[in-house]
Design a protein around this ligand. Structure first.
Ligand code: ZN
Length: 313
């Protein structure tokens, strides 16, 4: 991949800046990419600005808006949500009404159905003043936007990380914003999506032939990250088939599993969530069929030795 040309604004782990990837295209990467610490993307030609995703808290979303202003780019007129999860969408209202929120039709319906899910999961966390603001402009298969002459293709990969995913592909820059189809350094998370669909989404990503990959979480990388994600998904698939046939629960299967090289991926407790999803698919559930989120988070807590997963935003 071409090396990012460097920070365009000051950056600390708690107050990240923008990193320019190519002229007018930058990433807002929030270390360490763990729970609630997502990435955003900025595309501008100097006259118009498109923002890909926001952040989980009011403070971090305001910081993102400030970083955009500091870079000299106009305030975003379009915000694309890669999916409905709060770490990507909670800041939407800070950019409206100046910006139109764009997303897959199911991103809108899932956001409305999920409500204030992050506050419910992490009541001790300070999210700030969050007004849930779903996409007001939706699409179903593909939608092409232009930021000046920079083409941005919104593609729906089918059910993958969620039922309403969008990836944003800039063919002229060979740069893709994957949303949570890709975690870089972290464990994939299929609780609200599909294992089979996530493998299909990787085929779509590969077909784009991007050289710069902005994952939903973790540092900017190149297409080699797809190999790690695919290997992990195939590992989950095999473990699920074996354990399901042996009559083990997802938690029994996960606690007894040898993660091998995947132990290095952060948030390894997601294995049990991914097994819940894989089991559902083995039992014939529709891709993305709702699972009991509380049960799965309780199992992830058990995987963590009793320590609940924490939101880091
Ligand atoms: Zn995310």
């Amino acid at each position: 991949m071409p090396r990012p040309s460097g920070p365009v604004s000051p950056s600390t782990p708690d107050e990240p800046g923008l990193t320019e990837l190519s002229p007018g295209v930058s990433a807002f990467v929030q270390p360490d990419g763990g729970w609630c610490l997502n990435n955003a993307g900025v595309v501008t030609d100097g006259g118009a600005t498109l923002l890909v995703d926001t952040a989980a808290t009011e403070r971090r979303s305001r910081l993102l808006a400030r970083r955009i202003a500091e870079s000299g780019a106009p305030a975003p007129r379009i915000v694309v949500n890669t999916h409905h999860h709060g770490d990507h969408t909670y800041g939407n209202s800070l950019f409206t009404p100046a910006a139109t929120i764009v997303g897959h039709a199911v991103c809108r319906s899932e956001l409305l159905a999920a409500g204030h899910q992050l506050e419910a999961m992490w009541p001790e966390n300070d999210f700030g003043d969050i007004t849930l603001t779903p996409p007001s402009l939706t699409y179903t298969d593909a939608l092409t936007l232009y930021v000046g002459d920079i083409e941005a293709r919104l593609l729906h990969p089918g059910v993958a990380h969620t039922r309403g995913d969008t990836l944003v592909w800039l063919p002229g820059r060979r740069t893709v914003f994957t949303g949570d189809l890709v975690f870089h350094g972290g464990t994939p998370f299929l609780l609200m999506g599909s294992l089979a669909g996530s493998l299909r989404a990787l085929e779509l990503l590969r077909s784009l032939d991007a050289t710069t990959v902005v994952p939903g979480h973790g540092p900017v990388t190149g297409p080699e990250v797809y190999d790690t994600v695919e290997a992990y998904l195939r590992y989950v698939d095999e473990l699920a088939r074996r354990s399901h046939a042996a009559g083990l629960s997802p938690l029994e299967a996960a606690t007894g599993a040898d993660l091998g090289p995947f132990a290095e991926l952060a948030e390894s407790e997601r294995l049990v969530a991914n097994l819940h999803r894989a089991y559902a698919e083995l039992e014939g559930a529709e891709p993305g069929a709702p699972l009991d989120v509380r049960t799965v988070f309780a199992d992830m807590t058990a995987m963590n030795g009793g320590v609940p997963v924490a939101c880091h935003a």
